[in-house]
Design a protein around this ligand. Structure first.
Ligand code: PLP
Length: 458
């Protein structure tokens, strides 16, 4: 008999979670102004809000934490992190930051100015925020297949080279500080970018003299998909794939809360010494001295260990097969999800799930609220609230997809939890025709509204 798959770890510490009643949850929702970011975590049974900083650390990481070096400058923890990052990426110049958006803030302070354009594949929300805050524009060059949730393209995070070249042709070089490749592509569903596409983007960008940077929060998951799906890559190790992938770029920003397997942290890694020196000045004003940048020494040690673990195949296989497990359960029940299932989350197509809710009443947010009400599960809207308003016209931007994201924290929940989630989604699906009213905005901030927007029943 062929043995079934089993996780390559066992559990050393557990945390209790509590189930509430539907009545309690309705009350809490109202108090939270129907924004799930405003809920207390103790009011959530299974928290799939994000996979960012919510995973479990290994015994090796906890061990590394104990031997962290808290020296202000030149700590052993920094050296360990710098060595690990250079081994994995090939980038010699490292600037730690307190998280990914801080890395964006520091690096974009050097590179992005008013009127610039930054082409890429569906920029992440904070990334776009940091570009638009500087009165520059993010231009989405993702392939069209990414926006058809039933298209089985294996690399839906890929950039469309024609769209990219059109940007390069229509703007002077001085207005394009870099091309940004997000791996995996979060906003289009945790979808990977192929090595072939990365290489082609690099070649095209070289022709126009434009640097290539990576927004690399889930680079290891991206490398796993390359190994599994791309021709000629099966025999390579994850670390070999990472090394090649990063060789086609000039630098990276990183949110260590994802594939760094830690709860907080980020960094910039660069090929070029001059940009590193300029960015160092901004690190010192915004983050801290250049060998800690807002991180404790112990956290840098845990991060070094985490990066090493995240780039090993058995870990990635357990991680991504759990996400697939949930996705398959939902598909079997006929629930419209984005295919293929992405690396860190399952995305439910809310326009198909709740056809009775008008676009301007936020179908994906409505679905998120219904799922919380049903079973105490917290997901997140990846739709019109997240897409925010056009910075010039202030009109709502309606994205092509209106999704509910169920992000799976790393090494945190069991497949029984996944079964529970699948059953709850099915229950909501069965009563979908009774859900006819969505939500309207009561109050919203000027940018990044989805975090703090206040809603009311429409
Ligand atoms: C999470 C994330 C960021 C921002 O990182 P934080 O650590 O949350 O500040 C940037 N880009 C991508 C692709 C991300 O997933």
């Amino acid at each position: 008999m062929k043995l079934p798959y089993a996780e390559p770890f066992r559990i050393k510490m557990v945390e209790e979670i509590y189930q509430s009643t539907q009545e309690q949850r309705e009350e809490w929702l109202k108090n939270a102004n129907y924004n799930l970011f405003n809920l207390r975590s103790s009011h959530v049974f299974i928290d799939l809000l994000t996979d960012s900083g919510t995973g479990a650390m290994s015994d090796k990481q906890w061990g590394a934490l104990m031997i962290g070096d808290e020296s202000y400058a030149g700590s052993r923890s920094f050296d360990a992190l710098q060595q690990t990052v250079e081994n994995i990426t090939g980038f010699p110049y490292l600037l730690p930051t307190h998280q990914g958006r801080a890395a964006e803030n520091v690096l974009f302070s050097v590179l992005v100015k008013e009127g610039d354009v930054v082409p890429g594949n569906s920029h992440f929300d904070t990334t776009k925020g940091h570009i638009e805050f500087r009165k520059a524009h993010a231009i989405d060059c993702t392939i069209d297949e990414a926006f058809d949730i039933n298209d089985l393209h294996p690399f839906k995070g890929n950039l469309d080279l024609e769209k990219l070249e059109a940007v390069y042709r229509s703007h002077p070089k001085e207005q394009i500080p870099f091309c940004l490749i997000t791996i995996t592509c979060n906003s289009s569903g945790g979808q990977p970018v192929s090595l072939e596409n990365i290489k082609a983007v690099k070649e095209l960008s070289d022709q126009y003299g434009i640097p290539v940077l990576f927004d690399s929060a889930r680079f290891a998951e991206n490398a796993y998909f390359i190994k599994k799906r791309e021709k000629g890559q099966q025999h390579k190790t994850i670390k070999e794939i990472c090394k090649e992938l990063f060789s086609y770029g000039d630098g990276m920003t990183m949110s260590s809360k994802k594939d760094g397997l830690v709860n907080i942290g980020g960094f910039i890694a660069l090929k070029n010494r001059e940009i590193f020196e300029q960015a160092s000045n901004f690190t010192i004003i915004y983050e801290g001295f250049i060998t800690y940048g807002g991180m404790a020494g112990r956290d840098m040690s845990a991060l070094a260990a985490g990066l090493d673990e995240a780039t090993e195949f058995p870990y990635l296989e357990s991680r991504i097969s759990q996400v697939e497990y949930l996705g398959n359960k939902l598909m079997e029940a006929g629930i419209p999800v984005q295919k293929p299932i992405g690396g860190h989350a399952v995305f439910i197509d809310a326009l198909n799930f709740l056809p009775n809710i008008k676009r301007e009443e936020f179908p994906a947010q409505t679905l998120a609220i219904e799922l919380y009400k049903e079973a105490g599960i917290r997901g997140v809207e990846i739709g019109t609230l997240l897409a925010d308003r056009d910075p010039e016209t202030r009109e709502n931007r309606y994205p092509k997809l209106e999704l509910l994201r169920l992000a799976i924290p790393r090494r945190t929940y069991t497949n029984n939890h996944m079964d529970y989630v699948a059953a709850a989604v099915k229950n909501v699906f069965e009563r979908r025709n009774d859900i006819t009213k969505g939500y309207k905005i009561k109050r919203e901030p000027a940018i990044l509204r989805h975090f703090t927007v206040q809603l009311d029943r429409a």
